[in-house]
Structure formats: structure tokens, C-alpha cells
Ligand binder design. Structure first.
Ligand code: GLN
Ligand code: ZN
Length: 763
């Protein structure tokens, strides 16, 4: 048997976020298309060379993207919505970036016709924090090859001496991810297959022996129609042209294994990190001529693998078969290179593996399988030592946390009395008017705020000067809120770099990278915290800022926290214990903070759970388990308070039908949600559930610079009153205001307060 190493995709953004800077300079009109292309080519060339040098045998091409690989696919097949006024020939960069970012007039990088067009919608790629551009298809949609990118990049690699395996998003997953206007996207499959057949034929002609065809939707629950679509698609595509490596990831095939086994493809890639148990079933069910690609190294997380363990697992099971070893999915979702993390605690760094290290791990594993264990002796012993060190490190295990978790009983997950009674106690303490007004937490993170933070990080201003600056901003924000007549104030979050990082930095058990950037969308990157150990809270995290703000006013200032589920979902988390356990630990730390805020005098505490919904597992059968522990974690965080302390939560999304029961079980006294753009329709879920607690449906769309008029907001509140009794309604924007400008925020909030007052008069 021969074992080779493949990568399914390498981070595109570059070690130093070179692509980000090239794109942003191009969009700002500071550099031209030629420079952008040159930077992009430089990254591709470096990535191929790097992967080869690290030991990959099979290199991908077309995994690179100037913005997003789903958008690339739309360009490839000419799925360009009419509003971009595309000429129907090839998708040029103006059209491409217009689809990605929208255009306004004749701005550089905009539509060449100089008119307004909104961007395509963006949504999360399966259960990752990467966002893709949702394809928009219409009835009678026509497809044609409209971009040569996939061919060009194959040729580019070939000229450099690399025979790559092009990556192509499969036709069924593409359609399943698309939004149809007056058409069910899958109805367009026959037309789409014609183009896919052409694409594959052209790749074959260029010399591609294999194509990596990604069908991540094969790990989802499928309808009969979707299964049939897979059968049709591969009956058509797999018989001629290059051999197809049908690539699945983010979960197991589960009940789709039979479907996959009967598709006439030549290879199948399985995610054995998310679904290790599917290996045996797949071995038994997939025909012996199917080339197996085993995703054994975690493409979604940053932990170093235990190579000897993997070796023993693979050695016998795979005996006699040719094999490919690969990361579980594209390496897009992990940072590029651990070597640049010079400031990380070396003990923790030893437990980690980023994209470059993951390829090395695969290479060592393949070598051992090909030549015997001794061939990778040093890599294996280093791996074993790191695994043992991690397992036994006192940095990870905190007996106090374990004891506290073990002692947790039911009482810790429940408020003392039901909502109706709490409501009375809170009303007595707070004496708020009907339609109370508030905001979600952050005020504009202006250039000045960011400049001050950067200067503080660089050591150009000291702690005292930075704190002075933040106090000035906070005081001004509080005074202004009081002046315009908001009922419940916030401190503004000027001191926070990010709603998760800010807390992670103050909790034990989290580590932070210097340049562990991961693409979020387009040129945007995030640096997720690494949750490596038991979590506890050495000292209060927000009390000082809350107290400072409260000292400036007699009106209530909300304590402002990020919830445990959101902190978990936006971090790289431990793989040595269940997510639920990590979440519960974070919940206890937040509970401590909630209690301290209460003791300091906070009458209202908001615990944001922006990421609760997006943490839903890909398979419906797993939802309830997730929701159970997620809700429990929120309740642990929020239940340690008196009846007259009001708990708020906030969720910035607009689909609640699936999780309304869970939201009911969270039992927050007030929940604020995003609704401004949906005309309050999503309150339906709250109405049919007869949600008893208070609700603040967003009346001001903070994603847009537009300033809403008072009448618009009273209109929305009137609509809201048709779903939820007026006595339960709060008045607030959709989300935090950190991305807006003060010039937008000021008139909008003045109008919002006026809207609430108008509603009170009418009532
Ligand atoms: N309190 C946070 C803010 O206002 C909430 C942000 C969010 O939910 N995304 O910025
Ligand atoms: Zn929000």
C-alpha cells in the first residue's frame, strides 16, 4: 500500500494578512488591479512551495480566492444576479467585487456602470465562523463558464512544476447553499450539470487527473429530493473527465453512507476528526477500488495530534489499501503558522499545531505508514511527549474548578422565583415607564478610540493615560444618554477590543496569539482565543467600568457581559473534554462576575448570547442535546441573583422558530433581538409560544448608515404590539452601535426615544 498526503485547501489570507492589505489598498483606490493580482499570485506561489516543502504530495489549486470560494463558483458558472448589469461574457473583477461588497455610484472597485447595487447576502459556512456569499438564482437561470480562474490557477501551478488537484465546490452543495428567486435551486441542476461537465472536461484537457469536488452537504440530513440530486449529478459527472475525489467534511456521512457508496466516483474523503466512528462503516461499505482520503488531522482546531495513536489506529484498519491522509477539511479555518507565535507560553505552544504544522504531522504519519514506525521516530516521540505533557499539565487542570463543577446542583440553574414575581420586584426597584428605552451596549468605536488602544498596546501611552481617555469617553456617553432621555443606560464598551477577547484575556484558561489570524469573510480576519485549560475568573472583569459609569448618573446603567455559549463558540476550544463541560466552566466564571456586579449595585445585567443559534449542530438529531447544555450554561451564568436584579440577554439574529423553546427556558427577564429589517415578522415565534418575559425587538437597523425616522419606529412598535403584548415591549436598536458613527447614532437614538414617548402617549 502507498500512503500519500493531500491538503484540501490552505489559508489564503497569508501569514501577515498580505491578501487583506492588498485588497483593502485596491478597494481604496491606492493600488491597481495589476498590483492586486501580483500579490495574489505571490501568495499562491508561496503556498504551493510551502505545502510541498512541508511534505504534501497532493496540492490543491483553486483553493485560493480573492474574496470567497462560493462567490468564485458563482463567477465560474456565470450566476450573476441582474442588478449587477453584467454583460454575460466573463465576470470581471468589478462585477466580482460588486457582488461581494455592493457598489455605490462610481466608487472605485464598484460596478463599472457606476450605479448602486447591494452586495449578495452573506452567511456562515456550515458551523464555522467563515462567511460565504450566498448564490442568488432565478427561474430560468442560465449557466455558462464565465471565469477562467480554476483553469488559470491550474496552469499557473503546472508552469511551476506542480500537478495540482483543482478544488471545485460540487453542484449539489452549491445549489443547496443557494437562494432561489421564484425557483427551487435544485430544479436548476440539469442546466448546472451541463456547465460542470464542461468545466471537468476542460480540466481534464489541461491535464488534471483528479478533481477535489467538495460536497459538504453530504454530512447533513438530506431529503429524498436532495439524495436524488446527488445520484443524478454524479451519474452525469463521474463517468468521463478527471477522476473525482468526492470530499465531505464537518461531520460524518451517517445515513448518507449508502448514497455515497453507490455514486460512481473514484475517491471519497471522510472527516475522521468530527466523526471518527464512521471509518469502520465506510471501510466496510465503500467498494475496494474507491480511493480513501482520510481526514485525520483536525482542520477546525489548533491542537497537535497524537501521531503514535493515529498510527496504530490506521496501520491495521487500512492494511492493503492505498490511502490518502489529509486534514479533516480545508486549512482555511486555522491560523497559518505556529512558528510566528513567539510570545505564546512555550508550554502551551508545544500543544498546538497550525496549518503548516498540520501538514508536517500528516507527512510524518504517512512516512511511518509507508516505511515503518521508526521512519518517523523523532516526530512521533515529540508528538507523544507533547500529548503526555498536555494531558498532565497543571496549567490545564484546576482542581478547584473541577470541585465546583461537581458540586453544581439544580439550584444553581434556576432563579429563585418565577418571572411574574421577579417582574414585580424589578418594577418596584426600577420604576421604568412603559416602552422602556435602552441600547445594546457598545457606542461608536471611533478612529480615536482605536488609535488610543493601539497606542496603549504599543506602549506609547501608559495605563493611566489610557484609562483617563476611556473614562472621558465613557462619561461623555453616559451624560449624553441621560440628556436625550434614554431610560436604561450603558457604559459604551470603549475599553473592549472585542466582545469575546476582552473576557478571554481576563479569564484563566485562555491563550491569545499574535498573528493567529483566520479569515472571517473577504479581507476580514479574526484571532480566536485558544481555550486550553479549566476556566476561572481570578478577579472582577467589568465591575470597575460599570461603577465608573453608574457614578455619573442616577439612571440605571446595565452591567454588560458576554455569555458562556458565545465565548465558547467564538474560540478554539479544548478537544480533551466535551464542549458542554468547557461551557459550564465559563458559565461559572460569568456567574461570579454577575454576582459581583449585583453586589456593586447593578440593578440590570445583560449577558449577550450572540452566537447561541449559530452553535446549532449540523444534524437536527443533535440539536436538543446542544440546546439543553447551552441553555443550562446561560442559566448557570444568570441565576445567582436576587429577584429584583433584572437579567437581560441579547441575540442579533432573526430566526427564532427553531429555538424559541430554548429561549423561553433561558428565562432572561428581557431579551433584545434583531428585527428592524424583518418588519417584526419574526416576533411570530414569540407570539405562538406565548413568550411571557419582556422582549426588545430592534427598531433601528444598525447595519445601515441610514437614520430611521420616529414614525418608522412607531410603525415597527405598533407592528410588534400585534405579536407581543405592549406591556412586554422594550425599545432598542438591533444590536450594538460600535460600527456606526456618532453622527448617525445621535439623531437615530433621539428619534428612537421620541418614538417610545409617542407610544406611551397612545397607550
Ligand atoms: N453588547 C455588545 C455590543 O453592543 C453586543 C454585540 C453583539 O451581540 N454582537 O456591541
Ligand atoms: Zn447583536
Amino acid at each position: 500500500m502507498t500512503v500519500s498526503v493531500a491538503t484540501l485547501g490552505f489559508p489564503r489570507i497569508g501569514l501577515r494578512r498580505e491578501l487583506k492589505f492588498a485588497l483593502e489598498s485596491y478597494w481604496a483606490g491606492k493600488s491597481g488591479l495589476a498590483e492586486l493580482r501580483e500579490a495574489a499570485a505571490g501568495l499562491r506561489i508561496a503556498n504551493w512551495a510551502r505545502q510541498k516543502a512541508l511534505g504534501a504530495d497532493i496540492l490543491p489549486s483553486n483553493d485560493f480566492s480573492l474574496y470567497d470560494h462560493v462567490l468564485d463558483t458563482s463567477a465560474l458558472i456565470g450566476a450573476v444576479p441582474a442588478r449587477y448589469d453584467w454583460d454575460g461574457e466573463t465576470v470581471d473583477s468589478d462585477t466580482y467585487f460588486a457582488m461581494a461588497r455592493g457598489t455605490q455610484g462610481s466608487r472605485v472597485g464598484g460596478c463599472r456602470h457606476g450605479h448602486d447595487a447591494t452586495a449578495q447576502e452573506m452567511t456562515k459556512w456550515f458551523d464555522t465562523n467563515y462567511h460565504f456569499m450566498v448564490p442568488e438564482l432565478t427561474a430560468g437561470q442560465r449557466f455558462r463558464i464565465a471565469s477562467t480562474k480554476i483553469f488559470d490557477e491550474f496552469e499557473e501551478a503546472k508552469a511551476l512544476g506542480y500537478a495540482t488537484r483543482p478544488v471545485l465546490l460540487g453542484p449539489v452543495s452549491y445549489l443547496m447553499l443557494a437562494k432561489g428567486k421564484a425557483v427551487e435551486p435544485l430544479a436548476l441542476l440539469p442546466a448546472l450539470l451541463d456547465v460542470y461537465a464542461d468545466i471537468l472536461a476542460r480540466l481534464a484537457k489541461a491535464g488534471a487527473e483528479w478533481v477535489q469536488i467538495d460536497e459538504p452537504c453530504l454530512v447533513l440530513d438530506l431529503t429524498a429530493g436532495q439524495r436524488t440530486a446527488f445520484e443524478r449529478a454524479y451519474a452525469r459527472l463521474a463517468t468521463r473527465g478527471p477522476r473525482l475525489m468526492l470530499t465531505t467534511y464537518f461531520g460524518g456521512l451517517g445515513d448518507n453512507l449508502d448514497l455515497v457508496a453507490d455514486l460512481p466516483v473514484h475517491g471519497v474523503h471522510l472527516d475522521l476528526v468530527r466523526a471518527p466512528g464512521q471509518f469502520e462503516a465506510a471501510l466496510a461499505r465503500l467498494a475496494p477500488h474507491i480511493l480513501l482520503s482520510l481526514g485525520v488531522i483536525d482542520g477546525r482546531n489548533v491542537w497537535r495530534a497524537n501521531l503514535p495513536d493515529l498510527y496504530w489506529r490506521l496501520k491495521d484498519l487500512a492494511a492493503g489499501r492505498d490511502l490518502i491522509l489529509a486534514p479533516s477539511c480545508s486549512l482555511l479555518h486555522v491560523p497559518v503558522d505556529l512558528a510566528s507565535e513567539t510570545a505564546l507560553d512555550p508550554e502551551i505552544a508545544q500543544w498546538l499545531s497550525f496549518a503548516a504544522q498540520k501538514i508536517e504531522e500528516l507527512a510524518a504519519l504517512a512516512k511511518a505508514l509507508n516505511e515503518g514506525e521508526d521512519a518517523s521516530f523523532s516526530a512521533f516521540s515529540a508528538s507523544r511527549i507533547a500529548a503526555v505533557a498536555r494531558r498532565t499539565s497543571p496549567k490545564i487542570h484546576d482542581p478547584d474548578v473541577a470541585a465546583r463543577l461537581a458540586a453544581l446542583d439544580e439550584t444553581a440553574t434556576r432563579r429563585e422565583t418565577p418571572f411574574a414575581m421577579r417582574r414585580e420586584a424589578q418594577q418596584k426597584r426600577l420604576a421604568l415607564p412603559a416602552y422602556p428605552t435602552t441600547t445594546i451596549g457598545s457606542f461608536p468605536q471611533t478612529a480615536d478610540v482605536r488609535k488610543a488602544r493601539a497606542a496603549h498596546i504599543r506602549g506609547e501611552i501608559d495605563d493611566a493615560a489610557y484609562a483617563r481617555y476611556l473614562r472621558t469617553e465613557t462619561r461623555a456617553a453616559v451624560k449624553w444618554q441621560e440628556e436625550i432621555g434614554l431610560d436604561v443606560l450603558v457604559h459604551g464598551e470603549f475599553e473592549r477590543n472585542d466582545m469575546v477577547q476582552y473576557f478571554g484575556e481576563q479569564l484563566s484558561g485562555f491563550a491569545f496569539t499574535r498573528s493567529g489570524w483566520v479569515q472571517s469573510y473577504g479581507s476580514r480576519c479574526v484571532r480566536p482565543p485558544i481555550l486550553y485549560g479549566d476556566v476561572s475568573r481570578p478577579a472582577p472583569m467589568t465591575v470597575e467600568w460599570w461603577r465608573y459609569a453608574q457614578d455619573q448618573t442616577d439612571r440605571p446603567v446595565k452591567g454588560m457581559l458576554t455569555g458562556p455559549v458565545t465565548i465558547l463558540n467564538w474560540s478554539f476550544v479544548r478537544d480533551d473534554q466535551p464542549r458542554a463541560t468547557s461551557c459550564r466552566q465559563i458559565a461559572l466564571a460569568i456567574r461570579d462576575e454577575v454576582r459581583d456586579l449585583e453586589t456593586a449595585g447593578a440593578a440590570i445585567i445583560q449577558i449577550d448570547e450572540a452566537a447561541l443559534r449559530e452553535g446549532l449542530p449540523l444534524r437536527r438529531g443533535e440539536w436538543q442535546t446542544y440546546l439543553d447544555w447551552a441553555v443550562e450554561a446561560f442559566r448557570i451564568a444568570s441565576s445567582g441573583v436576587r429577584d429584583d436584579t433584572q437579567i437581560h440577554t441579547h441575540m442579533c439574529y432573526s430566526e427564532f422558530n427553531d429555538i424559541i423553546r430554548a429561549i423561553g427556558n433561558m428565562d432572561a427577564d428581557v431579551i433584545s433581538i434583531e428585527t428592524a429589517r424583518s418588519q417584526m415578522e419574526l416576533l411570530d415565534a414569540f407570539a405562538s409560544y406565548a413568550y411571557p418575559n419582556d422582549v426588545g425587538p430592534g427598531v433601528y437597523d444598525i447595519h445601515s448608515p441610514r437614520i430611521p425616522a420616529t414614525s418608522e419606529m412607531t410603525g415597527l412598535l405598533t407592528l410588534a404590539g400585534r405579536h407581543v403584548p405592549a406591556a412586554q415591549l422594550w425599545v432598542n436598536p438591533d444590536c450594538g452601535l460600535k460600527t456606526r458613527k456618532w453622527d448617525e447614532v445621535r439623531p437615530a437614538l433621539v428619534a428612537m426615544v421620541a418614538a417610545a414617548k409617542a407610544m406611551r402617549v397612545r397607550a
